[in-house]
Design a protein around this ligand. Structure first.
Ligand code: GAR
Length: 216
């Protein structure tokens, strides 16, 4: 996306927007988004919850909520492209406007990202561009940073490198361990993710180079 310039229409999509959620685990961010949609706090409806793991607690929660779900595991020895082709097929069949990664622990290929350009959003438990990738909270803790955080960003072809849409700092406190810090970051994610999605869905923002700028 470097060097690209883009202005989102107002609103970005016909509202309510159709959201797909991709998850691999616990699903607490998914639950927060689902609650915000159900309460009308987000102008969106969840049209698909897609998991790559059958044991994901988030998948069970989505089923219990009566939402449309799909399990799509990557088969043994299967090329990533074949798995991603099935993921993309589910997203397109569901007519998803916007794809929200919520603890989806796979890096999407540039081909998949370009198929849904600027329509994939991720939440990451660090102050990006610091600590991309796995175990961001552990990376931050082990570096002894004084300030950690959470980021919501558009997904581009890199790993956690896309334009930042929302970010909030989280202090590292004396006596913290990784679990305590991760819990403090998670509670910020739960506020930041729906709030940032709301701003994105309203539209009118621009991407200029690496920067995402909201209307003032
Ligand atoms: C969250 O902390 C999210 O930021 C992180 O996984 C956790 C999922 O929790 N995502 C990443 O690290 C992606 N690189 P949840 O399943 O309870 O929402």
């Amino acid at each position: 996306m470097d060097g690209a310039s883009f202005r989102a229409p107002v609103p970005w999509f016909p509202l309510p927007a159709r959201l797909a959620i991709l998850l691999s685990g616990r699903g607490s961010n998914f639950e927060v988004l689902a609650t915000a949609c159900a309460r009308g706090e987000l102008p969106a409806q969840i049209v698909l919850v897609l998991s790559d793991r059958g044991d994901a607690a988030g998948l069970a929660k989505a089923r219990a909520m009566g939402l449309p779900t799909q399990l799509e595991t990557r088969r043994a020895g299967e090329p990533r492209t074949a798995h991603e082709e099935r993921l993309a097929g589910h997203l397109e069949t569901a007519g998803a406007d916007l794809i929200c990664l919520a603890g989806f622990m796979r890096v999407l290929s540039p081909a998949l990202v370009s198929r849904f350009e600027r329509r994939i959003v991720n939440v990451h438990p660090s102050l990006l561009p610091a600590f991309p990738g796995l175990e961001a909270q552990k990376q931050a803790f082990e570096h002894g940073v004084a300030v950690a955080g959470a980021t919501v960003h558009l997904v581009d072809a890199g790993t956690d490198t896309g334009p930042i849409a929302g970010q909030e700092a989280v202090p590292v406190l004396a006596g913290d361990d990784v679990a305590a810090l991760a819990a403090r970051i998670l509670s910020v994610e739960h506020r930041l993710y729906p709030a940032t999605l709301g701003r994105l869905l309203a539209g009118g923002w621009s991407v200029v180079g690496r920067r995402l700028e909201f209307p003032s």
